[in-house]
Design a protein around this ligand. Structure first.
Ligand code: DGP
Length: 140
């Protein structure tokens, strides 16, 4: 299989062809804010190389993705004041997968309502987003 899939939006993010608010990057793994967030700091962790989903990803790469998801979850708890985290991944369309490139959602949960209200789709350039990214990065 080719390293990147030309039609895959996450492959384009991995190649810097599409802008994303990046939280973490190494040679194999990338994490960035989700454009349709369930809460402040909702992040996606992906392998840079294209694999369709969790079930089709080689174990070593899958483990690296989850290592980063764990770090980001810990940073959300320590830095953003999250009181809980959902770590989840959808496999295939019937299970809710809409982007066919393996990704793990890291979704922080908070006690108060105000922090749920950021709509990043409407406000992708919102000045809050770089600050959120910085808090997570500083706590990795
Ligand atoms: P899933 O339903 O599990 O396949 O989740 C896909 C997520 O990807 C969804 O929450 C929205 C997010 N998403 C889709 N396109 C983009 C994009 O271009 N940039 C970013 N940052 N996130 C995206």
């Amino acid at each position: 299989m080719a390293k990147y899939d030309a039609n895959c939006i996450f492959c384009q993010i991995a190649q810097d062809k599409i802008k994303a608010y990046k939280i973490y990057e190494d040679d194999q793994v990338l994490a960035f804010l989700d454009t349709n967030p369930k809460s402040m700091g909702h992040a996606l962790v992906i392998p840079k190389v294209h694999h369709d989903n969790f079930l089709t990803t080689p174990k070593d790469i899958m483990h690296k993705v989850y290592d980063v998801a764990q770090k980001i979850g810990q940073a959300d708890m320590n830095g953003l004041g999250a009181v809980g985290i959902n770590i989840l991944t959808n496999c295939y369309e019937p299970a809710g997968q809409s982007v066919m490139h393996f990704h793990v959602h890291v979704i922080p949960r908070y006690l108060t309502g105000e922090r749920y209200q950021i709509d990043m789709k409407e406000n992708l350039d919102d000045k809050n987003l770089p600050a959120i990214v910085k808090v997570i990065k500083d706590n990795l």
